[in-house]
Design a protein around this ligand. Structure first.
Ligand SMILES: Cc1cc2nc3c(=O)[nH]c(=O)nc-3n(C[C@H](O)[C@H](O)[C@H](O)COP(=O)(O)OP(=O)(O)OC[C@H]3O[C@@H](n4cnc5c(N)ncnc54)[C@H](O)[C@@H]3O)c2cc1C
Length: 410
């Protein structure tokens, strides 16, 4: 009789927890050794309308897991090029997929569609999601950990696992403060917008990252399907600015909002025609300094995805970094489970070491970009124009930046 119910308890079946379970299955961990637990119902998870850009590297990882089947699931809009500029200042650069020999630099998908594609892949690999159950506590129980969960009717359940993996994700303003913390005192207004006129073909699959003196504006090519199943092309907007301005933008009437967006973004795409539901997200960096800790001689806790680091969405890197967390941790855990002599202390050290460089590079880049581009300090203003100009004229430098965005630093 084993002294525990499962080897791994995964707390959260969002994109990163689900991908982690699939990476474990890929590495030969049996489905009945994994408990994947989520507080939301499958319907609530599928209804998450947040649009996210994922890189080519992430699509490749998801394809390996059976959760990225082009033309089948999830519904995705390709990004062929990214145009980076600063409104009213010199310097701009274009990153084009053709320069890197990839079918797309990335794709824009709905969070809920991705979760559904991952849920289907989990079902095919025999992994059941225990839901809706909220993790209430994790305590040491002999050589293992006892995970306590509450159900929606207030009932309590528990299971015993060797290790626990935190993948509860979440949003900056709702998370507990962590060791690496910065409140950018900015909020992002998100919405789906359409253009009055179709963009020229050359621009149709281009994403725009436009820095303005008030904060960055990202427009990512995207498609929206309405309740009757009709699809229309447009852009997923992430408009960052001061929290009061963001709140005011959410409250504006549609027409006034579209005029304000046109004025802030400029005329590159012409006037906007429609805007869907708007929501403001407070922005900050909130990261643990090390994503693994020993709970006893034999049992450990790990953090992946937004449970390990919540980033500024300026370069759309949160999900990509989280997938790489999940990939690397699964490889180490599967190896440790196969080796009866392996000890939890070594596993903790190996995971922290494996994730150190990629996490630090992505955290530092996404932390520096909004601060550099928000500064009115004239030498910095000049410096960022120069950076964009340099990226434009020095292909190897642009390549370094593009590869970091697509694959992270390994
Ligand atoms: C406005 C905005 C735009 C973004 N744009 C991008 C982008 O373009 N590209 C990109 O890569 N990233 C982007 N991100 C970040 C991206 O959404 C996150 O990095 C990603 O969702 C993290 O996935 P996750 O699985 O770690 O967490 P989540 O997606 O938050 O999922 C966590 C899961 O855990 C469950 N859970 C929570 N607490 C508990 C509990 N106590 N017990 C059980 N279950 C629990 C939740 O129900 C949920 O299903 C953006 C974020 C925001 C806010």
């Amino acid at each position: 009789m084993p002294d525990r119910d499962v080897d791994l308890a995964i707390c959260g079946a969002g994109p990163i927890g689900a991908a982690f379970a699939l990476f474990l299955r890929e590495r030969g961990v049996e489905a009945d050794r994994i408990a994947l637990i989520d507080a939301r119902t499958a319907e609530a998870a599928a209804a998450d309308h947040r649009m996210i850009a994922i890189s080519h590297g992430s699509a490749t990882l998801l394809a390996r897991l059976g959760a990225w089947r082009p033309g089948i699931e999830p519904r995705a809009t390709a990004i062929d090029a990214i145009h980076v500029s600063h409104r009213g200042r010199f310097g701009r650069t274009v990153i084009d997929r053709q320069d890197y020999g990839v079918p797309a630099l990335g794709h824009v998908i709905r969070h809920g569609d991705l979760t559904q594609a991952l849920a289907a892949a989990l079902a095919r690999r025999g992994v059941e999601v225990l839901r809706p159950l909220r993790i209430a506590g994790i305590d040491v129980a002999g050589d293992n950990l006892r995970v306590t969960m509450t159900s929606t009717d207030g009932g309590t359940r528990s299971l015993v696992a060797r290790h626990a993996v935190h993948a509860e994700g979440g949003l900056f303003d709702l998370q507990q403060r962590r060791a690496i913390h910065r409140d950018y005192e900015q909020s992002a207004v998100t919405a789906f917008v359409t253009l009055r006129d179709r963009p020229a073909d050359a621009l149709a699959a281009t994403a725009f990252e436009r820095f303005t003196d008030d904060g960055p504006i990202a427009l990512l090519p995207a498609a929206e399907t309405d309740a009757r199943g009709a699809t229309r092309d447009g852009y997923s907007l992430v408009w960052c600015g001061k929290p009061d301005d963001a709140a005011a933008r959410v409250a504006l009437g549609d027409e006034a909002f579209l005029v304000a967006l046109h004025a802030a973004f400029g005329d590159r795409l012409g006037p906007f025609a429609t805007v869907g539901a708007r929501r403001a997200y407070p922005l900050g960096l909130n990261a643990v300094d090390t994503p693994a800790r020993l709970r006893s001689q034999t049992a450990a806790e790990f953090a992946i995805g937004n449970a390990a680091q919540t980033l500024h969405p300026v370069a759309g890197q949160g999900l990509n970094l989280g997938l790489r967390d999940a990939h690397d941790l699964a490889a180490l855990v599967a190896q440790a489970l196969r080796d009866p002599a392996s000890d939890a202390g070594a596993l903790v050290k190996r995971h922290a070491a494996a994730r150190r460089i990629d996490r630090a590079a992505t955290v530092n880049l996404t932390d520096a970009m909004p601060r550099l581009f928000a500064s009115a300090f004239e030498p910095l203003v000049f410096g960022r124009g120069l950076t964009l100009a340099l990226l434009d004229v020095v292909p190897p430098l642009r390549g370094l930046f593009a590869r970091q965005m697509m694959n992270g630093r390994r």
